[in-house]
Design a protein around this ligand. Sequence first.
Ligand SMILES: [Zn+2]
Ligand SMILES: [Zn+2]
Length: 314
Amino acid sequence: MNQLRKDYLLDRWVIIAKKRGKRPRDFKHEGEKRVGKSCFFCPGKEHRTPPEIDRIEKDGEWIIRCFPNKFPATTEKKEMLDKGLLNAMAAYGRHEVVVETPIHGEELGNLEVEHIAKVLEMYTRRVVELKKDPGIEYVSIFKNRGKTAGASVAHSHTQIVALPMIPGIIREEMKVLQKQGDCPLCRIGDIEGERTVREDKYTVVFAPYASRFPFEARITPKRHLSSLEELNKKERESFALSLKEVLTALNKSTNYPPYNYHLHLGPGGEDFHMYLELLPRLLTWGGFELSNDIVINTMSPETAAKHYREMIKQ
Ligand SMILES: [Zn+2]
Ligand SMILES: [Zn+2]
C-alpha cells in the first residue's frame, strides 16, 4: 500500500510508492567519470586558487586544503535593503571550498577512515573560526558529487557557506531537537528500528522514515551533540567510518551516483542534535513534487536500509 508519511522533524510529507518502485539493483546510474585532466584543485595548481585559509598535511604535503570560493554566493559587505514587502539584505558571509584529497578523480568514500576523519576535522576548524564573526548566524556545510547534483568541479570537494541568518529548515528543527533525551534523534533506535543501517557505540546510520530519495540516509552521533566541535576524537572517527561505509555501499550499489550531503548543525549555544543528511540524486522531481512540496519516493526506506545492511556486511 502506498503511504503518505510525515517527517517527524519537519512539517514535510512524502509518498512512499513501493509498487511503482524498482528493486535496489534497478537504480544503477550510468556513472560519471571523474578521472581525466587535472584541474586547479590539483597539487601544483595552488597558485590558481584564492589565497589558502587552512590545510592539513601528511609527510610535508597537503592532503586537505581550504580556500575562498572563486565565485562566492556571499559578499563581505553588510547592508539592509528593506523596501516593505520586498525584503533584501546584502548576502553577507563567507563562501569557502574544502578540497578533500590531492588525488584528482578520487572518491571521498574510497579514502581511508583516518583521512575522512581529517576532512571532518577541517569542517570543525572552519565552523569554529567562522562562528567567531558576530555577523554570522549559521554555517552551512554541503557536498555536491556529480554534475546532476550541482558539482561544477570534478575534483572531490565540500563547500562551506557562512550566512547572516538561520535557514528556515534549521529553525524548524531547533524546536524539535532541543530537549536532550526527549528529542527524536536521542530516541532514534526506537523510532527507526527496522530502518537502522549500522550502529556502533557512538554513531547511528539510518534510512529515515519519510525519505524523499532512494537510498537516502542520515548519520547522527548517539550523544545529544549540537555541532561538530562537540564530537570527541572517537565520535569523529566513528562518524567518519559510518560515512565511509554508507558511501561505499551506495557507490557499489548504484555505480557512483550523483549525490549531495549536508550537515544539520545547531547554530551555536542552542540545544540541538546534529546529523548528516545524504541525498542520492537518482530520481528527477516532476510537477507533483514542485507543485505540492510532497515527494514521491519509489524506494521505501525499509528496502534501502535492508539493502545497505546487506552491502555493508559483505
Ligand atoms: Zn583536480
Ligand atoms: Zn538528542
